[in-house]
Design a protein around this ligand. Structure first.
Ligand SMILES: [Mn+2]
Length: 366
């Protein structure tokens, strides 16, 4: 029985330039990815695992420097009793100029080459690891073309960066049923940032530190035990912060203070100080509240580590007045029609407000 940790998609060095992050938040996030990388390696040492699998996208080649690469080596070489397996992905490609080539790697670190699927035997562990490193940013190679079958005496493990969800993917499409039929004792996948356990024998570890609001919820690493007969894996939440999305229902009876309070109460106080929040305001809002999102963020931002607000609310119109003013046009007819239905019903009421919003905007444009 051997023990392992499976990680990948760290994206060390990422600049976060497409996000709304301030420079402080962005550079702090970059540091957090480094410290989590160290925490993962430390856990591998403490847990005395036999293998640490890094399934691609360890770093962002666009921003990475030789100094950064030396820092990676320095961190990894502390785990001298752990076999560290690296397969490059689409963000840390193993091309001829790769920083991976500029380092003299210690013996415990194996970086798989880009010549199709290659393997390495670890006799003392009775393990054969298969892997493949990318050398270009887009890739739809069939890496199994010359696959000779497994090493039957050994525990067989595949470490690869690719896409099992889309057979037309530009990011190494992998046929999930095909690769699981090959008989590997474990398949350590990278590329998809949301952790996903398909079975005890195949999983995406996900990004250990989530990188944006496309990666909401818990993120971490996979730890496992594998023998020829049996594989057990477990997802372990490991990130320092989470990206969270909170939908808040607003209604026309809420005051400005009520709205502020509902935002501040969207989660427990200690969580607000730790995570990245995207607050989405839905429902109908009192027409007299002139909601200015920047203003609102300034008022609540001290309660949050990071907050973005999306305003999807619609105005609560004065129906009597609007109907009277528009009695000869489509707005008036629409209100009359909707009033003949049951406006106590929330769905009908929402439908009316949404319809009105569209009609009123049309009127302004005319
Ligand atoms: Mn990635």
């Amino acid at each position: 029985m051997i023990k392992f940790i499976h990680t990948g998609d760290l994206h060390l060095g990422l600049q976060f330039e497409n996000l709304f992050f301030s420079r402080v938040i962005a550079s702090r996030r970059r540091t957090e990815i480094w410290t989590t990388f160290e925490r993962i390696v430390n856990k591998a040492i403490e847990d005395r695992v036999d293998f640490l699998f890094i399934a691609g996208d360890l770093f962002e080649e666009k921003y990475f420097t030789l100094g950064d690469m030396k820092r990676v080596k320095e961190i990894l070489e502390r785990a001298k009793n752990v076999n560290i397996i690296i397969t490059a992905g689409n963000h840390d490609t193993l091309n001829k100029n790769s920083l991976y080539h500029m380092i003299e790697w210690p013996e415990n670190i194996s970086i798989f080459n880009n010549k199709g699927l290659n393997s390495k035997i670890f006799e003392d562990k009775n393990v054969c690891v298969y892997g493949y490193s990318w050398d270009v940013a887009e890739n739809n190679k069939n890496v199994f073309e010359d696959f000779q079958g497994l090493n039957e005496e050994k525990i067989n493990i595949l470490v690869i960066h690719g896409d099992v969800f889309n057979k037309n993917s530009k990011y190494l499409p992998l046929d999930k049923n095909y690769i699981s039929s090959l008989g590997f004792n474990y398949i350590a996948l990278g590329h998809i940032h949301k952790p996903e356990i398909f079975s005890n024998k195949m999983a995406y570890c996900g990004s250990p530190e989530p990188l944006n609001f496309g990666e909401i919820g818990e993120h971490g690493i996979i730890q496992g035990k594998v023998s020829k007969e049996n594989t057990e894996i477990q997802f372990l939440p490991f990130s320092q912060r989470m990206f969270l999305e909170k939908n808040i229902e607003i209604n026309e009876n809420m005051s400005y203070t009520d709205i502020l309070n509902s935002i501040k109460k969207c989660d427990e106080g200690k969580n607000l100080n730790e995570n990245f929040y995207k607050i989405i305001l839905n429902g109908t809002i009192d027409r007299d509240i002139n909601l200015d999102i920047d203003d609102l963020i300034r008022i609540v931002e001290n309660d949050f580590y990071y907050i973005e607000v999306i305003d999807n609310t619609i105005l609560d119109y004065d129906l009597e007045k609007l109907e009277k003013e528009n009695k000869d046009n489509i707005i008036g007819y629409f209100i009359k029609e909707m009033k003949s239905k049951n406006l106590e019903d929330r769905i009908i009421k929402d439908a009316m407000y949404i319809g009105l919003e569209v009609l009123m905007k049309g009127k302004v444009d005319l």
